[in-house]
Design a binder for this molecule. Sequence first.
Ligand code: ARG
Length: 576
Amino acid sequence: MNNNPFHASIISQLSELTELETGDISKILQGPADARMGDYSLPCFSLAKKLQKNPAQIATDLAGRFTPDAYVQRVEATGPYLNIFLNRRAFTEHVLRRIHQQGEDYGNSDAGKGKTITIDFSSPNIAKPLGVHHLCSTMIGNSIYRMFKALGYNVIGINHFGDWGTQFGVMLSAYMRWGDSMPKDFTVNDLLGLYQRYSREMAEDESMAEEARGWFLKLERGDEIAREHWNRFREVSLKEFERVYERLDVHFDSYAGESFYNDKMDPILKRIESAGLSKISRDALVVDLEDYNMPPCILKKSDEATLYATRDLAAIEFRKKEYEFDKNLYVVGADQRLHFQQLFKVLELLGDDVWKKCYHIDFGLVLFKAGEGYAKSSTRKGNLELLDDVLDRAAELALGIINENEKKLNFETSKEDIAESIGLAAVVFGILSTSRQKDVKFDWDEILSFRGRTGPYLQYAHARQASIIRKHGSEVTDEINYERLDDEEEFGLAKMLNELPEIIDRAANDFEPHIIANYLLDLAAAYSTYSQDSRRHKVNSEDEELSAARVLLVSCIRSVLQRGLWLLGIKAPQQM
Ligand code: ARG
């Protein structure tokens, strides 16, 4: 509860009374969980030494000298705590006016002004369809992207897709053999089939591996035919990826895939060599990391082919110069932890401080309910390892639920559109409401429920509020009588609404979208309790003054839910 004039005024009065710096007071002033302890509470333990009195005496003394004002209604000493009770009417008014006036901008700040953050996310390998695991990187990355935008950072979303490496030797070799039998407008699935067939046969036939290596070298050296086919693989794949990104409403500022760094690796390799960090080991050029309990970071193979790590090093160099980032984030699964540790260590050994600005934002697996336990793919209804299949399944199940509840639900658009939006919300919220490093556990019935801690539940709460506002008829205004929003629950809701800016700040800086997800669930639950008591809290009634006051509250909650869902990359339909 730190971003309001109430907090600031309390701190300044306490600082005067204690003759301590405002910063010191701010550090210890808390918003206690138990409302009986007031809205703010000052634990006086750490003041004892400076003020030469025991904590309980300090609390009593401050309680006697603190002057209630426009912000504070009263204070009281409870043992070693000074408990402060806000002027509730003034607080609610302050919060609701602010949200009403700022609208979609509420929660934004300029904390990141002038600072740049690069986020490498999604970044799939081409010539393969997107898998469920890509959904995590894509949606966690997208949410972190949106949060930092809200904090005023200059954010650069980068899709560092994998379009380079020895596997393209395999791909080319396979295409040269069997490409003629492919459909003219082949897809990534066809490419995957080709790749798998070649890999299978290559296991029996060593010469095929040799042939594949040859093709990759040709590609690296710019051979025209190799380039032409490879380009086609790339285009087909990117088109497919873009279709899925469109579906998920995810966008990138840069599509610089691995091949982009093909001609940008020499400078960093030279730096590593001249720093004496690299050596030849088993014909490969490596940086030995034995002293740090890591396997060597391989930069070049015996045939001169570069590696994933080499291209990542070049990419850091490039991003550093191009964007002058304050932070460079990688939203990539936990299985690549070692890779990033190696990269950052090589930079550290180079004496380049840039590693301190680089973060590997890792995450766990997506598991599906299978019988008693959870498995990597959902076997109950077919194999669901592909991202598209998971989204299709979610939309299909959502449509089923809609059809069952047709009488209760209302739509502004087609049923299918709403089902798509609910299905995606279920999946995306399922991922983002789990703390990042834990495995995501999907039980279809659970994530699609309108009652549980789910995305559809939040969408439904939001749509119901929108409907109450529509029914109200006249325009929502903040020129209301705030005395009419005077009960415990209304004050409680105002306090929760006031939290959004801090929640965004914390979620962004911890790289944890689940902080927002859980905040929204708590807010929706508090509203649900409030609105269930319709005898006391009916919004639209004969009493116009009261209706206008309550509809403002509902409108502010709706607006915060919508904003919160947006930060998670989830749509909030007006009607459901
Ligand atoms: N293409 C890689 C994969 O699918 C992920 C790339 C992540 N980004 C990076 N700069 N290494 O596993």
